[in-house]
Write a protein that binds this ligand. Structure first.
Ligand code: F6P
Length: 361
């Protein structure tokens, strides 16, 4: 590669708070330190599939000011349309990887920063291997399930939103002597539920990693009442199963299935078992859209800078990661392989148990 480079950056998968702060950081580092040009690719790999290719050249003027405070992604993103099995309008499925690699080549890029979760990384790695793309990954996901990093961008903000929801539910729960159930996102990992549940003073936290018995939950609610408290707060992770092990999902346009419904189910079970007046709040996408928290902005900034430095050092197929208060980098392959679920003997689960929070078991 020449010393003057043109690097691409894209956001892929579900959005979250902090993506714009990463883009800003990468543009700053690339422009100010190395004098390179940064190209923002629109809607993830969909921008590379489009003809003409959809992109913007990102200069310092475009990424200053309010950018790091903005939720979402200025580039747009996609969480559908696997390039290797792309759903066509006629109902068939086609491998369109060559077109995407062609789009990348058209832009004349020396390297690509992909901001995504493990699903996006798997696709980008495959494209990189096939097309000789110099890839660096930056982990983002409110689910915080990417391996080998203590945190992914967006997680901290999602926890703050879920905690604030509990703060807002508590007074109304106390006023009406109710059990409030809060369903949070996180896919198969219960990180948001555990963190927000502890921070928000929940009495019960149910996560996919720990099978629950509704009797344990009901016992906890009775205990709370016996201790003289008239309300209880229950946090349920979206991928928690029903008592008979069923995954509750909802179907959306195009047949896309997403978790949904377990909050209502648990609410009904609690009402039936305890006679408590119960209400359910499904927090949903509110957890993704917000001004990023200071910690997410900080980590996003560190990740953006480090990703550009990796390119400068010619280190590819790596993911930037946060470990022991440092920004480091790890093989992308290892990060994808090491799914990060809630550790049952980890500090947060121990803390929850130490606080007397019922985890359903
Ligand atoms: O992976 C992030 C996430 O927000 C999950 O927590 C949630 O299950 C899913 O995405 C929702 O996806 P969509 O935005 O397609 O509804």
């Amino acid at each position: 590669m020449s010393s003057e480079k043109r690097i691409g950056i894209l956001t892929s998968g579900g959005d979250c708070a902090g993506l714009n702060a990463v883009i800003r950081a990468a543009v700053h580092r690339a422009t100010l330190t190395y004098g390179w040009q940064v190209v923002g690719i629109r809607e993830g790999t969909m921008g590379l599939l489009a003809r003409p290719v959809r992109y913007d050249v990102l200069d310092l003027g475009m990424v200053s000011g309010t950018m790091m405070r903005l939720g979402g992604t200025i580039l747009g993103t996609t969480n559908k349309g696997d390039p290797f099995a792309f759903p066509m309008a006629d109902g068939t499925v086609r491998d369109r990887s060559v077109e995407i690699i062609g789009g990348y080549r058209e832009l004349g890029l020396d390297a690509l920063i992909g901001i995504g979760g493990d699903g996006s990384f798997a696709i980008l790695r495959r494209l990189a291997a096939q097309g000789g793309i110099n890839l660096v990954g930056i982990p983002k996901t409110i689910d915080n399930d990417v391996g080998l990093t203590e945190t992914a961008i967006g997680f901290d903000t999602a926890v703050a939103v879920a905690t604030e929801a509990l703060d807002r539910l508590q007074p109304t729960a106390a006023s009406h002597a109710r059990v409030m159930v809060l369903e949070v996102m996180g896919r198969d990992a219960g990180h948001i539920a555990v963190a927000a549940g502890i921070a928000g003073g929940a009495d019960v936290i149910l996560i996919p990693e720990i099978p629950y018995r509704i009797e344990s939950v009901a016992d906890k609610i009775r205990q709370v009442r016996q201790q003289g408290r008239n309300f209880a707060l229950v946090v349920v992770s979206e991928a928690v199963r029903t008592a008979d092990g069923k995954e509750l999902q909802r179907e959306f346009t195009g047949g896309q299935k997403r978790f949904g419904g377990i909050g209502d189910y648990i609410g009904e079970q609690i009402a039936a078992a305890t006679g408590a007046e119960t209400r359910v709040t499904v927090l949903g996408h509110v957890q993704r859209g917000s001004m990023p928290s200071p910690r997410d902005r900080l980590i996003a900034s560190a990740f953006g800078v480090h990703a550009v430095d990796l390119i400068a050092a010619g280190k590819f197929d790596r993911m930037v990661a946060w470990q022991n208060r440092q920004v480091v980098d790890v093989p992308l392959e290892d990060a994808i392989a090491d799914y990060n679920e809630v550790e049952l003997d980890g500090a947060l689960v121990r803390t929850a148990r130490g606080l007397g929070i019922c985890l359903g078991d």
